[in-house]
Design a protein around this ligand. Structure first.
Ligand code: CA
Length: 226
């Protein structure tokens, strides 16, 4: 599951884009507004942003420029009006990864999003493994030693995030930015609760374990020889 932001002021188009991306099992947030988009991008971490360039309050180009300027690394798919070739070129120069010219079919957009998320530095494999764990992001199943362990959606998303970044330490804030919705009231305590639930469900393992790094955060420690 990827975390996506859709920025589009045409409400009909936005609805169909959001519905399509949700149907592909992504966590999708939406705003019709460039200022809101800039604020969300400053506090939350997205794998991919669908960004309309023609926005009434703050231009999409400005939003993109600021985002890349701050080191934002999510994939950006820009949406441009027909005939706005300079705008498209400017967007690509500023670090957009792909573009679609309106009008387009939402299936085309879904295909572009899938392609962008598959690129090596994006969200990669759908099946993540350690010696005993197997997490299938497509079917939402998780098994330990071949036995399915039921996880809630949030537990699953958290574990998927940790399994995608083995042996990397993340602060509670970084985990919230990636795993929770921007408007949630999740705190460091919330993260702790979920980490503990996951630990209970994962049980004892020799090859992979969620470790607390005191004063810093959490990591999924995975044994090297696999
Ligand atoms: Ca527009």
């Amino acid at each position: 599951m990827a975390k996506l932001l859709v920025v589009e002021d045409d409400s009909n188009l936005a609805d169909s884009v959001v519905d399509m991306l949700k149907s592909e099992n992504h966590m999708v947030e939406f705003t019709p507004n460039g200022m809101d988009a800039a604020n969300l991008l400053a506090v939350s971490a997205y794998d991919l942003i669908v960004l309309d360039l023609g926005l009434p309050d703050k231009d999409g180009i400005e939003v993109l420029k600021e985002y890349r300027g701050r080191g934002g690394r999510g994939k950006v798919l820009i949406l441009t009006g027909r005939g706005k070739i300079e705008e498209k070129e400017q967007g690509l120069d500023l670090g957009a990864d792909d573009y679609l010219t309106k009008p387009f079919h939402v299936k085309e957009l879904a295909a572009r999003v899938r392609a962008l998320l598959r690129r090596p530095e994006g969200v990669v494999a759908e099946v993540l493994r350690t010696a005993t764990f197997e997490l299938n992001a497509k079917t939402f199943t998780f098994t330990k030693g071949g036995v399915e362990v039921p996880l809630t959606k949030r537990e699953f998303t958290l574990l998927e995030f940790l399994m995608r970044h083995p042996n990397q330490v993340f602060s509670s804030e970084a985990i919230i930015a990636r795993v929770w919705q921007s408007d949630s009231e999740a705190s460091a305590d919330t993260v702790k609760v979920y980490i503990n639930r996951l630990r209970n469900k994962l049980g004892d393992n020799l090859d992979a374990e969620i470790k607390t790094v005191y004063g810093v955060g959490y990591k999924l420690e995975v044994a090297a020889d696999q």
